[in-house]
Design a binder for this molecule. Structure first.
Ligand SMILES: [Zn+2]
Length: 316
């Protein structure tokens, strides 16, 4: 699955977008962006920026051979799944040295977890680090635009996003040394096998990637769906390692008739308005492992909610 993961092996955030050392001018101006600095765990040039999704392409390189801070733009080649949206992403990375950037070419692509460049301090940074800015959507215009504080901020079709709204932490890849108070969502949460209980939905519910309405809704479950709850977090029920529903709309009382759930097996499963109908764009396509309700099966199609159908072959 094309989840967007944090691009560094040891997270050590030395400045967030909220700090007023040099980043606050980004967040109080218009438009804004949300930079973080990460020195990859220790001082010195020891950490790489790795490709954080299935594939990214080099869109622009700025500043090589000049006194300006070097900046690299990468764009995902397909939509990625983040904790808060599913879309293309564009990432701006500052301070990589000339020698590293000279190895890269516009149009060059990288695949997931492939090293792209080592951290640097080009542009009078006090120590080697990456200055990282994420934008939703594709590279737009020249990739950046001056804000009302005379600061260059990222320019993408979907606007700047906070890093914790964009990156999951792949905890098999990244170790968090210091997150500077930013609350990132883990990609892998161990499944709890004990303590699972049946609950039933009392309304059609969005299924989200994290425990609040800020997180990406990837599907919906109809009223009277039977689910297992692993754990409640702030009144959100975690139903699998990446799926949450609002706890207020669950009951333990068994309805007269209820729907069982299954899980999707395709990497990306289209949702249609009816069997073989229009492909829907809202809460669709479904990532692999999405919980779906089985409301009805008909000619190789499964109804998963009102006017939402998927191909039965990819549901187990
Ligand atoms: Zn910075």
């Amino acid at each position: 699955m094309n989840y967007l993961i944090y691009p560094i092996k040891v997270m050590n955030i030395t400045q967030t977008y909220e700090n007023d050392f040099s980043h606050s001018r980004h967040t109080v101006g218009t438009p804004k962006d949300y930079p973080i600095d990460d020195n990859c765990g220790a001082s010195g040039a020891n950490g790489y920026f790795y490709c954080p999704c299935d594939s990214m392409v080099v869109k622009k390189i700025y500043g090589v051979g000049t006194s300006s801070t070097n900046v690299l733009w990468l764009e995902s080649t397909t939509p990625v799944i983040t904790p808060t949206f599913t879309d293309y992403v564009t990432i701006m990375i500052g301070h990589i040295e000339d020698a590293e950037l000279k190895k890269l070419k516009i149009g060059q692509t990288f695949t997931r977890k492939e090293p792209i460049a080592i951290e640097g301090k080009d542009g009078y940074a006090t120590g080697e680090h990456f200055h990282i800015v994420v934008g939703r959507g594709k590279f737009q215009g020249t990739g950046w635009v001056k804000n009302t504080n005379d600061i260059w901020v990222i320019n993408t079709t979907g606007g700047a996003v906070k890093p914790e709204d964009a990156f999951f932490i792949d905890n098999t890849f990244t170790t968090i040394k210091y997150s500077a108070g930013l609350n990132f969502l883990d990609l892998y949460i161990p499944t709890i096998d004990d303590n699972q209980e049946y609950y039933y939905t009392t309304a059609s519910l969005n299924v989200r990637l994290g425990p609040s309405t800020n997180y990406n809704a990837i599907n919906s479950l109809p009223k009277d769906t039977r689910i297992t709850v692993q754990k409640f977090i702030n009144n959100w029920a975690r139903i699998t390692d990446k799926e949450y529903v609002a706890g207020n709309y669950l009951t333990k009382a068994t309805p007269n008739k209820y729907y069982e759930v299954k899980s999707t097996t395709a990497d990306s499963l289209n949702v249609r308005s009816k069997p073989a109908g229009t492909i829907l764009k809202v809460k669709a396509p479904l990532p692999k492992g999405t919980t779906v309700a089985i409301m009805e099966e008909k000619n190789g199609w499964i109804k998963i909610n009102k006017d939402r159908w998927v191909y039965a072959e990819f549901v187990k």
